[in-house]
Design a protein around this ligand. Structure first.
Ligand code: EPZ
Length: 455
């Protein structure tokens, strides 16, 4: 195994991970991953804390000057380190410990601006806006622009802040938001479309607003419930978490807490799909199957056995062929868009055919041409794809386009004939902790080809 590389913006010692904010904003590894197909996955994988909850908890730490402590944080993820770098630049005091503990204290914030170079690398940095606006009365965040899975506007976030009395100015690619005299005001906000990010941003902002805010057609993801529960521990008044109507009554101030981040359901689902493809038995430790009901049904129909044992999930497939099955992505509790690419990869080897319909993002089929290069039979019609099962995939040099597309190519490589090289794996570093090591421990022939020059 070659050492991990890239510009060393994050340096890990026995106990701590040190972040250099300036390098973190520039670093982007050009490493590749080589996979040799043909081995079954058998073993045990510890599941990390959920990236998409962890990032929001970090933003929420901006709501108080008190010390916050989070455990089960996926501290090795690039997105977590990038956000830590941004918050450090703003004046927050942050310590990342190798055991997954993070300490944050935002007592001395001297800047409320999130620059373009960072926001373009990680869209989730727009989630810092709600907390900054609520606590300091102002926030300046670069407009994120499009990304590989679609245009991804932030209009729902901004309309919500306006409804709470904020003035929003768009200037030179930046959004400048200013709270009215006396702070944000509670409002009734009916989202025209379900949005995870807008629900979270406005829920955070509303915790310190005057009066009651009602979020209607709110998102119901487990990560939003986790965030809401942490906010309640901090002293926020929130009801309706996990339903499509969340009510928040603003309080004067919030206080520090200790919070354990929930397990990553997308990482869990990715490994379950992995073993469906390769065959074998894997035990996924310290996770939650109840967050994955929309995946369990289709996997069982395809021929995978799934059990739980305490907090562990055990997924198993014997040598029988996978049966083609259809899925459609939807807001939670529907099938997660973040598992769509992996599921499509599984269908490439099914008996018969399966259909995948993507309803969340308009451009989330970027993995299709790469899978086709490996021999998959996929026809795309608008936002649906028909996948007709083939006997074999063939190893190839493929290019990752976003986080979940990247991992779907790694999964394809695990069952392809010969060798697959996945390029641009910096996407993977954003969202999968120790992916190579975890798969290797279950018998996969996988290695990271490191020390390419970084940009
Ligand atoms: C979150 O993105 C996740 N990111 C995504 O995870 C995930 O794919 C997505 O939710 C859907 O589940 C984080 O949590 C950091 P949305 P988010 O707002 O909040 C449109 C991954 O791989 N929309 O629910 O940005 C939007 O374009 C990723 O980990 C507007 O039109 O997603 C999309 O079509 C990538 N206007 C739909 O709503 C807005 O103001 C849902 O997006 C906001 C969103």
């Amino acid at each position: 195994m070659l050492p991990a590389s890239g510009l060393n913006a994050a340096v890990e010692s026995a106990d701590f991970i040190t972040i250099d904010p300036h390098k973190a904003m520039m670093a982007s590894s050009l490493d590749k991953i080589r996979v040799k197909g043909g081995t079954r996955l058998n073993g045990t994988i510890p599941i990390s804390g959920a990236k998409n909850a962890a990032l929001k908890h970090m933003c929420a730490a901006m709501l108080t000057g008190d010390a916050m402590q989070f455990t089960n944080m996926p501290v090795r993820l690039k997105d977590i380190q990038t956000l830590a770098a941004l918050m450090k630049e703003m004046g927050a005091d942050i310590t990342l410990r190798s055991d997954g503990t993070m300490f944050i204290q935002a007592a001395n914030i001297h800047s409320t601006e999130a620059p373009y170079d960072l926001v373009r690398r990680m869209r989730a940095s727009v989630l810092i806006m709600g907390p900054l606006l609520a606590r300091f009365g102002e926030a300046t965040v670069s407009l994120p622009g499009g990304c590989s899975i679609g245009t991804r506007p932030i209009d729902l976030h901004l309309d919500g802040f306006r409804a709470m009395g904020a003035e929003i100015i768009l200037e030179e690619g930046y959004v400048k938001a200013t709270a009215p005299q006396g702070g944000l005001r509670g409002a009734r906000i009916a989202f025209p479309k379900v949005s995870v990010g807008a629900t979270e941003n406005l829920m955070m902002a509303a915790t310190l607003a005057q009066g009651e805010t009602i979020l209607m057609n709110a998102a119901r993801e487990p990560e939003i419930i986790d965030q809401g529960e942490a906010l309640i521990k901090m002293g926020a008044k929130i009801s309706g978490l996990g339903t499509s109507e969340i009510r928040i009554t603003g309080v004067k101030s919030l206080h520090g807490i200790v919070h354990d981040v929930l397990p990553d359901r997308i990482e869990t689902g990715t490994f379950m799909i992995g073993v469906a493809l390769t065959g074998g038995t894997i035990r996924l430790q310290k996770t939650r199957l109840d967050f994955l009901t929309s995946l369990v049904g289709p996997l069982q129909r395809a021929g995978v056995t799934i059990e739980t044992e305490g907090a562990d999930v055990i997924a198993h497939r014997n040598g029988k062929p996978l049966i083609g099955t259809d899925i459609m992505t939807e807001p939670y509790p529907g099938f997660a868009t973040d598992l769509q690419a992996q599921f499509m990869t599984m269908l490439t080897l099914c008996e018969g055919a399966g259909m995948v319909t993507e309803t969340i993002f308009e451009n989330r089929f970027m993995h299709v041409p790469e899978l086709q290069r490996m021999g998959a039979d996929i026809t795309v019609h608008g936002n649906s794809a028909i996948i007709r099962g083939v006997k074999k995939l063939h190893g190839a040099e493929v290019m990752a386009t976003d986080l979940r597309a990247s991992v779907s190519l790694i999964l394809a490589g695990l069952v392809a004939d010969g060798e697959t090289i996945v390029d641009r794996i910096y996407h993977l570093d954003r969202g999968y902790e120790n992916l190579v090591e975890k798969l290797e421990s279950c018998g996969a022939q996988i290695e990271r080809l490191s020390n390419q020059p970084a940009v």
